[in-house]
Design a protein. Structure first.
Length: 300
């Protein structure tokens, strides 16, 4: 009995599918490596060189924004013809304290806490949307990687270990990355034997779209800091120039703060630091000051 003849177009489409899957896996692997290894390394390197300046700038930037908000609310009352009493000023400061409490907490979690404290705070403050995505992604990965599902008697598989570590750290982004890698693995293992030309053509279209999507995601990551400045961080001349730019920006922000502070004093006639609510405990006031002095946002 003669073996069935495979149409040349089928063989071509099968090769295209295999090639597309290999490319997808390569792109996903690079994205995962950049996201979970290179970005943390470069972030730590940047912080070593510029962390103290960035923290000072972010402290001052938050000070300036908070003070501007106080001046803004007080100015509105003055424009309405209201007389600013001590109680009214205190009330405005209470309102602004509340508005900015979340920003102070984020600063505190990012830079003042150790990893265990940060994790406990993240778990306590996690909103339901983030929690739902975290749990959904984790459950998908567990179902597909659990030793019982894959026929192993232990849990030494590297990806399984990464999943558990990412879940313990409440890192939804890392779990998404691991799921992308797993999807690429499954795609690479898929067999197209016996598929019709029409089904193969649809698969090529789907894989082409997936490859384009993964490439765009990778390019966005490559273009983002600190990955985009990886070579610059190794250049002493660039570091010196960047430090000068940061210090210039810091000086400009200080001038902005001083001008706003002057306006605050003019409106209130109060030379005391704004936002130091006399009804807050000394510990609360010190905690707020610590947030400002020891932390900074990565965003500018």
């Amino acid at each position: 009995m003669c073996a069935p003849v495979v149409h040349p177009d089928v063989m071509l489409l099968q090769r295209q599918c295999a090639d597309m899957r290999g490319r997808i896996r390569a792109v996903v692997d690079e994205w995962h490596a950049l996201s979970t290894v290179e970005r943390p390394r470069l972030t730590a390197l940047y912080d070593r060189y510029f962390g103290s300046i960035e923290r000072e700038y972010q402290r001052l930037a938050l000070d300036a924004a908070e003070l501007f908000r106080r001046v803004e609310l007080l100015s509105i009352k003055v424009a309405r013809g209201e007389r600013l009493t001590a109680d009214m000023i205190d009330h405005v400061n209470r309102v602004v304290d509340k508005e900015y409490a979340r920003f102070h907490q984020r600063l505190h979690q990012a830079f003042d806490m150790n990893s265990e404290q940060r994790n406990d705070a993240a778990v306590a403050g996690l909103d339901s949307v983030d929690d739902d995505e975290l749990m959904k992604t984790y459950r998908i990965l567990v179902k597909r990687l659990h030793p019982d599902a894959v026929g192993r008697d232990d849990t030494t598989d590297p990806m399984w270990q990464q999943v558990q570590e990412a879940y313990a750290a409440r890192s939804t982004s890392t779990l998404r990355s691991l799921l992308s890698m797993l999807d690429a693995d499954v795609s690479a293992d898929a067999s197209t034997q016996g598929w019709s030309i029409e089904r193969l053509q649809r698969e090529v279209g789907l894989l082409t779209s997936r490859l384009d999507m993964e490439r765009r995601k990778l390019e966005r990551l490559r273009a983002s800091e600190p990955i985009s400045i990886a070579r610059d961080l190794e250049d002493p001349s660039w570091r010196s120039n960047h430090e000068h730019q940061l210090r210039s920006r810091l000086a400009a922000k200080q001038r902005e703060y001083d001008e706003t502070r002057k306006r605050y004093v003019e409106i209130t006639g109060n030379t005391a630091l704004p936002g130091r609510n006399p009804n807050r405990t000394a510990a609360e006031q010190q905690e707020a000051q610590d947030f400002m002095e020891n932390t900074y946002f990565g965003a500018r």
